[in-house]
Design a protein around this ligand. Structure first.
Ligand SMILES: Cc1cc2nc3c(=O)[nH]c(=O)nc-3n(C[C@H](O)[C@H](O)[C@H](O)COP(=O)(O)OP(=O)(O)OC[C@H]3O[C@@H](n4cnc5c(N)ncnc54)[C@H](O)[C@@H]3O)c2cc1C
Length: 408
């Protein structure tokens, strides 16, 4: 049996150092500019592609780390650099995971390379699930996919919102309803290939934070995609729908809980992003508290400041441990009997929100300006309690898992 350890192995340490170098030398110096520009930082993505950080291979290597720590470690370092730019770098991964999870070998081989492009011509991809009336309540999704048997094509109609890279992506992965009677089990995912007529970008959102990441509506008007763009294929879909209809008849609980299990496994990655932002703000605050003097001594000499820093650091370390536990559980196939994935995301995202606010307070007036990065980090941190399931939804999932109530 493997010895228990929280120490990174040599390979992990090397990767961590390499990522940290990229975050410190390339991402962090570009952060303020792209936050102001509120645009996708294409040159930074290109740099990441050149060194191999923007690629499926890189994420696959981290994903298959048998300890489960590869992905959280990578996310923490990149988001330590800057959350908006890092999301632009890892956002394509959301769509790629959608294809990896549901696609056939052929679909994976065809579409994932087109999502990333190459270092000379980088591309991005978008994962489009949320809708104006279906955010937390995914089951109320309305975008419809109807099969045109004569042409072996699917016809998609609806409006997606909040899509990271929506409208600027080379490949869009769109979740749509194929059977409205069985809730989220009646959903299927489709590839919308580059330049498909009928797909257009709606409103591009001007955001509070992570402004270097593009977020927009995606409008689908009679978008026709070939039958082979249904992820997993028609036969598998028909079998899955038949099973889901049977289970729905027998009582919907198992159906809903299966869907929640998928989210449980992906949530620690978002927790790790939050840990990265929190750690970045904490480091700035610690450094400032040691060098800023008032009343003839560094402000850290006041317990009121020192204790805040102690609490900040304690919460960050606790958040990381929850994230690592959940990632280890997901990788080693341990069941999330207490919604440990949701716990990690909930705690880490609220830690990032609170720690970045404390960092502003410790920097005083300077913390409130854009001359110092903690103001941006605090705006960025606000996203973590919202996307990939809000804090309220995490609490709901945890409470219902603990009580044995069905998760709706
Ligand atoms: C910057 C950004 C990027 C995003 N990227 C993507 C993306 O790439 N792809 C994608 O598909 N989506 C994406 N999202 C969407 C994101 O996942 C949703 O915003 C999120 O799921 C919340 O949905 P909503 O905004 O509709 O809020 P709502 O669901 O309307 O929630 C509003 C409030 O009500 C609370 N609430 C809702 N239901 C309950 C309940 N049962 N009990 C208690 N409280 C409840 C919520 O917690 C929240 O506080 C992104 C969002 C943002 C802001």
């Amino acid at each position: 049996m493997a010895e228990f350890t929280l120490e990174l192995n040599d390979d992990q340490k090397q990767v961590k150092e390499w990522l940290h170098g990229f975050a410190a030398d390339v991402i962090r110096p570009a952060a303020a500019e792209w936050d102001e520009r509120e645009e996708t930082p294409w040159p930074v993505i290109q740099e990441a592609a050149k060194v191999g950080i923007y690629s499926l291979d890189f994420y696959a290597q981290q994903f298959f780390d048998p300890t489960g720590l590869g992905i959280p470690m990578a996310m923490e370092e990149l988001f330590w650099g800057d959350a908006g730019i890092a999301l632009s770098i890892v956002g394509t991964g959301l769509a790629a995971v959608g294809v990896l999870a549901n696609g056939t070998e052929e679909q994976i081989g065809t579409w994932i390379p087109q999502m990333y492009g190459d270092a000379d011509d980088v591309k991005v991809a978008a994962f489009c699930s949320s809708e104006p009336d279906a955010g937390s309540d995914v089951a109320s999704m309305r975008t419809r996919a109807v099969y045109d048997e004569a042409k072996d094509e699917w016809v998609l109609n609806g409006t997606k919102t909040w899509a990271t890279n929506g409208g600027i992506a080379n490949v869009h992965v769109v979740v749509a309803v194929v059977d409205p009677d069985i809730g989220s089990k009646g959903h299927a995912s489709f590839i919308v290939p580059p330049s498909t007529p009928g797909l257009s970008q709606g409103q591009k959102f001007k955001k509070h934070g992570i402004r270097a990441s593009h977020t927009a509506e995606v409008v689908l008007e009679d978008v026709r995609v070939p039958g082979h763009c249904l992820l997993g294929g028609k036969e598998k879909l028909d079998e899955r729908l038949a099973r889901a209809r049977e289970r729905a008849k027998a009582g919907g609980e198992r159906v809903k809980n299966a869907a929640m299990a998928t989210f449980e496994a992906s949530r620690p990655a978002v927790g790790a992003m939050a840990v990265g932002t929190a750690r970045a703000a904490y480091e700035v605050a610690l450094d400032y508290a040691k060098t800023r003097s008032q009343f003839g001594r560094p402000i850290i000499d006041n317990q009121g400041i020192a204790f805040q820093l102690a609490d900040m650091r304690t919460r960050i370390d606790a958040a990381r441990l929850l994230v690592w536990r959940a990632s280890w559980m997901a990788t080693t196939g341990k069941p999330f009997t207490s919604a440990e994935g949701s716990m990690s995301k909930l705690y880490a995202s609220e830690t990032a929100r609170d720690v970045t606010a404390q960092a502003i307070q410790i920097l005083g007036g300077n913390g409130f300006t854009r001359e110092y990065p903690v103001e941006r980090m605090h705006r960025d941190a606000a996203i973590y309690t919202i996307f990939e399931g809000t804090s309220e939804i995490q609490r709901l999932v945890i409470a219902r898992t603990l009580s044995g109530m069905p998760i709706r």
